[in-house]
Design a protein around this ligand. Structure first.
Ligand SMILES: [Zn+2]
Ligand SMILES: [Zn+2]
Length: 153
């Protein structure tokens, strides 16, 4: 799906579920990380995470769009458009939208790679050690020369 098709999808969902036109832009934003989508208060545009589409497909994206359109229409009408507002919750229920800006569950294999590693270096022989856990450099020393370790990154 490209931006043009996304725009059409948002316009259609707006008319079908809210009986109101969507008069701003909807587009994919690849910089979104774990949020499925967001509504921009300043410009009234709706941004969708392209990864939501890749991971979950069109049904999930439709849910995200419904949710963002709730923010959109309430905000434009000067009603309570935030998650905690009564107007917002009532509208979500009415159009059967998911309660939260859906958070993407990045598949485990990928998130494992992103887990931080800590690199330690011996200040004497410069041997490097990469460990998954952070430890106190005062309590351990270099396995090769017993020199003091320092954390590099
Ligand atoms: Zn939201
Ligand atoms: Zn050493």
């Amino acid at each position: 799906m490209n931006n043009e098709e996304l725009q059409q999808l948002v316009s259609r969902i707006s008319l079908e579920s809210f009986h109101k036109p969507f008069m701003h832009r909807a587009y994919f934003n690849p910089r979104l990380r774990t949020t499925g989508g967001r509504y921009l208060l300043q410009s009234h545009h709706i941004e969708i995470n392209p990864k939501a589409f890749e991971i979950y497909g069109v049904r999930e994206v439709e849910g995200i769009i419904l949710h963002e359109l709730c923010h959109y229409h309430l905000h434009l009408e000067g009603k309570g458009y935030q998650h905690r507002d009564k107007d917002f919750r009532a509208l979500l229920k009415k159009v059967n939208a998911p309660r939260f800006c859906s958070t993407l569950q990045i598949p485990k294999s990928r998130s494992k790679k992103q887990r931080p590693h800590y690199t330690y270096e011996c200040i004497q022989c410069h041997q490097r050690y990469v460990r998954k856990i952070r430890f106190n450099v005062n309590r351990y020393c270099c396995g090769k020369c017993s020199g003091q370790l320092k954390i590099v990154e």
